[in-house]
Design a protein around this ligand. Structure first.
Ligand SMILES: [Zn+2]
Length: 256
């Protein structure tokens, strides 16, 4: 899941897009020319809803378009099966630390974004994520709030885990990463996905422990795993959670 060293291809390959229409829907397909590819391969990535066509370096655009058009129904079916994207808009429900919160626009109130418990007349409680701003800014405010919360939780977890083993992280950054939930550079800089704030706290804490363990072992050796498990007794549970639910965290809000 977490690769330390990315092997980049020696030169950046040209990527273009094809726009196709099928049964009233339009699809944007990224073209990826790959040395050694001998045929066309279509992929729909669930995390980002991207459609990618891998093709031979010398494959023609006309044959690429013909291939994609022939498989347009397949693309549509794959996209339909993906979980519905959930924008950060009033009325939508999003998980915060693994607990569902409904986004409530509170234009008349002071403040920024805050979570609160609410009670219905039937004495049932639900959780609201209240956003006080003008309507067009709700999405931005929610994104900023979640990033701040993610950073605060991750910094606290990193601090706790580094103190436990007597190492220091050089820097903690929070971004919107697609392929990895966290990473650790050779210089000791830790990077995490802000979307971990959507997952239950034991998952975020495990990711922090995992990357902190890399400060001692820049590999996935048995020694590394022993240390990660020592820092996070939830290692196996968190890995299983990410495998089962990780991709679904990408449907919330917009990616940047
Ligand atoms: Zn790792």
């Amino acid at each position: 899941m977490l690769r330390l060293f990315r092997i980049d291809s020696p030169r950046k390959r040209e990527t273009t897009h094809l726009e196709i229409a099928h049964a009233g829907a339009g699809y944007r397909v990224a073209l990826k020319r790959v040395t050694g590819a001998r045929r066309f391969t279509l992929r729909v990535r669930s995390a980002t809803r991207d459609v990618v066509l891998t093709m031979p370096v010398r494959g023609s655009l006309a044959s690429a378009r013909e291939f994609v058009e022939r498989h347009a129904a397949w693309i549509g079916a794959r996209l339909d099966r993906l979980p519905r994207p959930v924008p950060f808009e009033p009325g939508e429900t999003i998980p915060l630390r693994g607990v569902d919160h409904r986004i409530v626009h509170a234009p008349g109130l002071r403040g920024n974004v805050w979570a609160e418990h609410r009670l219905t007349t039937e004495a049932q409680s639900w959780r609201a994520l209240c956003v006080a701003c003008e309507a067009p800014h709700v999405g931005r405010r929610v994104t900023d709030f979640l990033r701040r919360e993610a950073r605060a939780d991750l910094e606290a977890a990193v601090k706790r885990h580094t103190a436990a083993i007597g190492v220091a992280a050089r820097r903690v950054t929070v971004r919107d990463t697609v392929s990895r939930w966290g990473s650790c550079s050779a210089t000791g800089a830790l990077n995490f996905s802000w979307r971990l704030i959507l997952a239950p706290p034991f998952v975020l804490d495990y990711l922090a422990a995992h990357e902190v363990a890399h400060l001692s072992h820049l590999n996935h050796s048995p020694k590394f795993w022993a240390l990660a498990r020592k820092l996070s007794p939830d290692t196996d549970r968190a890995e299983a959670w990410l495998k089962a639910h990780g991709a679904s965290l990408h449907r919330f809000g917009s990616s940047d």
